[in-house]
Write a protein that binds this ligand. Structure first.
Ligand SMILES: O=C(O)CCC(=O)C(=O)O
Length: 275
């Protein structure tokens, strides 16, 4: 990690927004060149998946994509974003999950069907007995296609809903929860969201294919949520990236880390940050 990344540290205002609303929008997180190059790789994967039987008219949900290209790997500890992730969660973190979603035009008539509203983490929401539910993890969504208008398969959220355990939905299967909004952003925007924020994918009623990369970060004692194929990748990575990829010295070190388990902690202390 180069110290210049510290200019992208979470600001007090960003922390306030994230804490209060459950999400944070960072415009121009990716340059136009990065968007173009990442999109080329997403398109290659889309083509490959279609050749393997992916229905071209359905959304492609593809996990564990870091191994597919160096450009994806380089976002694991992206200097403009990781400082904000550790600003929220602290240093005992790793990337527990990635998924890419490509949502082609649905060809459907616009409707008011209720989307699939959820908080992340599945059974965690039923099996941890606390209120409000604990934060535990967040995702960063990098939007590659132009979502500056609604109706393009936008990511939908209910702002400020992250401390709410139950989201009332209509019984008729139509309409969205009160306060729900589409996230309307330009290509290159990164959106942070607290895993507890009520969110949903939506139907793409436009003729623009939606392309998004999701990177999930959580505490090191959380299990990974996909295969996280690491063949040969750890060896090529520097210590902080290795930590982000889930490396550690022992099982106990995920709960009670030594300094060797968490190079990010050591690096932060060297920069004079409180750890
Ligand atoms: O595709 C989307 O916009 C929603 C993604 C989602 O629900 C998730 O990452 O948990």
């Amino acid at each position: 990690m180069h110290t210049s990344c510290l200019q992208y540290s979470l600001t007090d205002e960003e922390r306030r927004i994230f804490d209060e609303t459950g999400y944070l929008i960072i415009e121009d997180a990716l340059s136009a060149e990065q968007v173009k190059e990442l999109t080329e790789q997403v398109d290659l994967i889309s083509e490959r998946k279609k050749n393997e039987g992916q229905d071209p008219n359905k959304a492609m949900f593809y996990t564990d994509f870091i191994k597919d290209h160096q450009l994806f790997m380089d976002l694991v500890d992206y200097h403009k974003i990781l400082p904000k992730v550790w600003g929220v969660l602290g240093w005992n973190i790793y990337m527990y999950h990635t998924h890419m979603i490509v949502t082609p035009p649905s060809g459907q008539e616009k409707s008011d069907k209720t989307f699939g509203w959820h908080q992340d983490s599945g059974r965690v929401n039923m099996e941890i007995e606390s209120h409000p539910r604990p934060r535990l993890s967040l995702k960063v969504a990098y939007f590659l296609s132009d979502l500056s208008e609604p109706g393009r398969g936008n990511f939908w959220i209910v702002p400020n809903s992250h401390l709410t355990d139950h989201m009332p939905l209509s019984e008729t299967g139509t309409g969205q929860p009160e306060g729900a909004i589409p996230v309307v952003v330009k290509p290159g925007t990164a959106v942070f969201f607290d895993r507890r924020l009520w969110h949903a994918a939506s139907t793409n009623w436009s003729d623009v294919t939606r392309k998004v990369l999701f990177y999930g970060y959580g505490y090191r004692w959380i299990r990974r949520k996909d295969d996280m194929t690491m063949d040969g990748l750890l060896e090529k990575s520097d210590p902080i990236r290795r930590q982000m990829l889930g490396d550690g010295l022992s099982c106990n070190g995920y709960y009670t880390p030594t300094e060797e388990d968490v190079p990010l902690k050591v690096w932060m202390r060297e920069q004079g940050l409180t750890v």
